[in-house]
Write a protein that binds this ligand. Structure first.
Ligand SMILES: Cc1cc2nc3c(=O)[nH]c(=O)nc-3n(C[C@H](O)[C@H](O)[C@H](O)COP(=O)(O)O)c2cc1C
Length: 392
């Protein structure tokens, strides 16, 4: 059943075609959301149910072939949840109780006059709406129960009021064991003051949210990183609490730590390290480390966006420049010693290694350059030195 629309597809079953037609007309007039399909017997109705999407069956009791109760039993075998209203002129206690034990959803006596259609339309509308609401609730519940994030609802004092079953997978603690405990104890002591300060700010901010990361010691002894997003719904019934969504971000944290470690190595390396982007016009530098700034006297902002030839000058040997150009064009590594110039105009004998860097697909996405100043005397009697043999 489609819970997003309030359109009701009704199957009306009565052996008298004049009655099905009349009922269809009245019902559709009574409630424009109702669309009626008709069948003049149980067998034809079962065929329709096999092919069409039907929200509700309204059936007469007294019919040749299968009677209303037998039809209901046949429907229940295939469609245990389908709404089924028995709408009969022959009202008796006995039929009503049989219908109930066969799983009827509602039972209505036809009575005289046209009021009965208004009543029927009303009952159908209510029953379908109620069923749709139930389905929506079941769906919401299933989404929460099956969530991979841990979801906690805690009070303003951080006492756990509710926890989803997924807390067990994330934190290794059963939801039932968490209820009534102090949520702050899920945070390792070193992180607690920082997180609880955020929590206090969230408690003071109705409707607001905060994201915070902390470490958690699972009962099995493993320490994980949890990212939590809290939402203040203290004023929102029936939640009346702070809702906290938490997920294990240990892998991401470990990657971040590793990346920070690597970038510190590059940043603090004792030789100049630069990086260029060959996909951009004139292969400009996009990164330079602190040693490169110290070596050349230029600031980071003055370096990025420019081709590294800005270091060259009068004494730079055109043959070395050509060698670098050819190597870059050929996507090959090269090492050369060249005269370069600092920002203050002083020259230095620079040993430059340029190497292409491949991505996972084998495409060259950047060039890395290493710069190291050599004693000037070694360069004094040479215009440049080609050191291709130093590189594998
Ligand atoms: C990552 C990278 C670093 C470079 N570092 C230097 C350098 O320190 N000194 C230098 O003279 N040229 C350096 N070059 C070479 C120049 O940027 C340029 O490629 C060279 O001058 C040849 O090209 P051109 O003939 O267009 O100038 C570097 C190139 C790249 C890609």
């Amino acid at each position: 059943m489609d819970v997003t629309t309030d359109f009701v597809r009704l199957l009306h079953v009565d052996d008298n075609p004049a009655i099905t037609e009349l009922t269809a007309t009245y019902l559709e007039r009574e409630d424009e959301r109702i669309s009626v399909t008709t069948a003049t017997g149980a067998e034809a109705a079962l065929d329709i149910l096999a092919t069409d999407e039907i929200d509700c069956v309204v059936s007469d009791y007294n019919m040749p072939g299968l009677n209303g109760i037998e039809f209901l039993e046949a429907v229940r075998r295939e469609y245990p949840d389908l709404l089924f209203i028995l709408f009969t002129g022959r009202g008796s206690e006995e039929i009503a109780s049989e219908a109930i034990s066969a799983g009827v959803s509602d039972y209505l006596q036809k009575g005289g006059g046209t009021d009965k259609y208004a009543l029927l339309a009303n009952r159908v509308g209510n029953a379908v709406q109620k069923r749709r609401n139930e389905r929506a609730r079941e769906r919401d519940q299933a989404i929460i129960t099956e969530a991979t994030d841990a979801i906690l609802v805690v009070g303003a004092d951080a006492t756990v009021q509710y926890a989803t079953p997924s807390t067990e997978a994330v934190m290794g603690r059963a939801a039932a064991d968490l209820r009534g405990t102090d949520a702050s104890e899920l945070i390792v002591p070193a992180d607690r003051p920082r997180v609880m300060a955020e929590f206090a700010a969230l408690v003071a901010d109705p409707g607001g949210h905060r994201t915070v990361e902390f470490r958690h010691d699972r009962p099995d002894g493993t320490r994980i990183w949890i990212e939590t997003r809290g939402r203040n719904l203290l004023d929102r019934e029936p939640v009346d609490g702070i809702v906290i969504y938490g997920r294990d971000v240990t892998d991401r944290k470990e990657r971040e730590t590793e990346l920070r470690r690597q970038s510190r190595i590059i940043e603090q390396a004792p030789i100049g390290i630069t990086c260029s982007d060959p996909s951009r016009e004139d292969n400009p530098l996009v990164y330079a480390n602190a040693a490169f700034e110290a070596l050349t006297g230029y600031e980071f902002e003055e370096i990025v966006g420019r081709n590294c030839r800005f270091l060259q000058g009068e004494r730079t040997d055109p043959a070395s420049v050509a060698a670098m150009r050819d190597a870059i064009d050929a996507r090959e590594p090269i090492t050369v010693d060249v005269w370069n110039y600092r920002k203050d105009g002083t020259e230095f004998w620079n040993q430059v290694t340029i190497s292409p860097i491949e991505d996972d697909d084998g495409d060259i996405t950047q060039f890395v350059g290493f710069q190291q100043s050599l004693p000037a005397e070694t360069g004094d009697d040479q215009k440049s030195t080609r050191r291709d043999d130093d590189v594998d």
